[in-house]
Every structure is written in structure tokens, then in C-alpha cells.
Write a protein that binds this ligand. Sequence first.
Ligand code: AMP
Length: 403
Amino acid sequence: MKILVLNCGSSSVKYQLFDMEEEKVLARGLVERIGLARGVLTHRPAGKEKMVQESEIPDHQKAIRLVLDALIHPEFGVLKKFQEIDGIGHRAVHGGTLSSSLLVDEKTKEVIKELEVLAPLHNGPSLRGIEACEKILPGIPQVAVFDTAFHQSMPDYAYTYSLPYEICQKHKIRRYGFHGTSHKYVAQRAAALMKRPLEELKIITCHLGNGSSITAVKEGKSIDTSMGFTPLAGLTMGTRCGDIDPAIVTFLMMKEDYSPAEVDELLNRKSGVLGVSGLSSDFRDLEKAIDEGNDRARLAWDVFVYTVKKFIGAYAAALNGLDALVFTAGLGENSPRVRADICRDMDYLGLRIDPAKNEVHGQEKEISSPDSSVHVFVIPTNEELMIARDTRAIVDSLRLHSV
Ligand code: AMP
């Protein structure tokens, strides 16, 4: 079975085509600069040269058309015809209180559209991707996979904000959590690496990238996570502020005469380690600047590391113990320095990493020392594979029902 996974952003489409018999990637690629003067498709078929095409790409429909053409390209293609695709899985990000992936029909599209107000940068483009596929590939089942779904197992006291209950009910204000597909994947992998059932384990998963979040996973279920109503909450991030005193928002609106849109921009795009360092949102730039003696870069780094350490402590308490700590995503997978700083002085958990093992980049590996009471892993995330698996399961069940 061949499954195409699409991750549509506001100006980009990332894709991977899987052969699900062996869960093998046949091709992957990226369309960038949709709607700008000149768009670019970079197509990477497995075992062949990459193909780069520049052209005008006004919308998602054109972008997906280009992806499909690349997949059947006589030289760089991996399929003979589109009809070989059995299903399309979409990363849909915000699914509200839905706890599983859904076959795309009118009702599912309605749900994604309704929640666009809570995730405008993600749900809108996903919907455009879905509608483009309906036009170009009618009859091929599509599945929406939500970043929020894994976290819907949180108990009510973990997802409820201490605001007036009726207001929260009216506006659906609660903790939803994000990066769920990634947290679920790495928790499953950690259990597999430990050769123990996930249902017995207490795991903290740290998805540290441009956007960062931490999740407490008990018996395979998310019981708490650092992102909240929106992906702005929790950890200090590249450009997002994470948790701050909410009174700062009204204070700034009064003192600086900021509009809601200006505050939103400040908190989402000008804060985080970029805001503190005044230098960059990229942790590689921070590392370099710290080594050159830049104290603001050092401060931004320390603020980030400290917030991660605090969440790990909080979640170890929520879990009443800890079997494994997992690092994933761009920073978590690739920065030995950030992992070493986060794991320093964790004697209260009996957690120790091995400095030599920690020198790993983007590779699945246990990095804890043999005397550590907690297993520490680096596990590259694979959200696309999770989306492909859910899509396959739903396509399989459709076929079963149509027999
Ligand atoms: P992601 O959002 O998961 O793609 O992660 C992107 C972020 O990971 C970048 O902005 C960097 O801050 C960080 N990152 C990626 N590679 C490295 C590296 N080798 N060392 C330190 N940070 C890295």
C-alpha cells in the first residue's frame, strides 16, 4: 500500500510517499514560497538524484499538482500513475478534543475549519491541501491526523485553566497540547528500545526544536503537556515566549499602546531565545555566540535550559517517578550541549548521562550511563510515519467494510 503524507503550511507543502509494506520512504520533498514571486519544488526520490524546479506556484492546488507530477516524472518519479496512491494523510494540527485521526469527509472538513480560529497558521493550509487533493485526486481516501489528538487523554485537572468555567466552556478554552504525533512516536520507540511494554512505563518526552514542548506519558497516555490552548505556552522557544505572567500582556497593552495583533506578534515572533539574546532564534547561533563571550546569548540559553529542567521536575512529580527521558526534534536530536546542560544536577532522579554517548547527532541512541536510574534516549522523531500508519489503518478499515 502506498500512502502520501502531506504537511501543508501557509507557504509550503512538505511531502513523503511511503510504501507501507516495509514502511519505506519512496520519495520526499518540499514545495516552498507558495504565493510568492517564484516558488520552488525540491523532490528527493530514494536512491536517485534530487530534482529542483522553479516556477510560479500561486496556491496549494498548484503545489500539490507539482508534487504529483514529480512522483510520476519519467526520470525522477517513483510511480507510474497517481492511481497507485492508496491514501493521503494530512497533518491537520488542531483537532480540538478529537482523540483520533479521521477519514476526511464533509464533517471532518467542518471540524478543521471550525478550529481554524485556534490554529490559523496550520488548519487553514491543511484544509486547502485537502480540498486541492479532492480536486486533483478524486476518489482517493484522505485522512486528517491531528497534533492535539494524543493529548486528549489528559485528566480534567491537567487541561483546565483556572478561569471562570462558563467563559472557558463558551470559547472552548482549555489545554489542548501540540506535537502529539511526535511525542507518541518517541514514547513508543523508547519502550521498544527498553524492550518493555509502553503500558508499564513513565516517560517524559522533550520535543525541542524551533517550537518546543514536553509531555508526561504514563502507561502510553499523555497525562500532561507544556503547550496549552495554543502552541505559545510552556517552554521558552525560538521566537515564542512560553509561559509568562499573563498580566504582562495587559500591562504592555496599556504602557505601549499595543493592539492585540501587535502583542500577538511580540509574543509569537519576537520573544523566546531570539527576544532574550537579541541575536537569533537558532540554537546553533547561540552556541557560537556563547563561545565568543556573548552574555545575552548565554542568558537566553540558560533561560531555555532552566525552563526545560523545571518541566522535567514537575512531570517527574506528576508521574510519581520516571523510567525514561527522551530528546527529539532539531535541537533535542542534534545538540549534545543542550542535552548535557538539561541533564546536569539531576541526582534527585538518579539520572546521569554518559558524556561520550551523548556526542550523538540525529541518531537513535541511549545516552544514559549504566548507573543511571532513568534511561535517557535521543530518538529522531518521525511524525510522517505516524501519519502514514494512521492513514493506512483507516484505508484498511474502509476496504474491510466495503468487502
Ligand atoms: P525543528 O523545529 O525541529 O526543525 O528544529 C530546528 C531547530 O533545531 C533550529 O532552529 C536549531 O535551533 C536547532 N538545531 C538544529 N540542528 C542543530 C545543531 N546541530 N545544534 C544545535 N541546534 C540545532
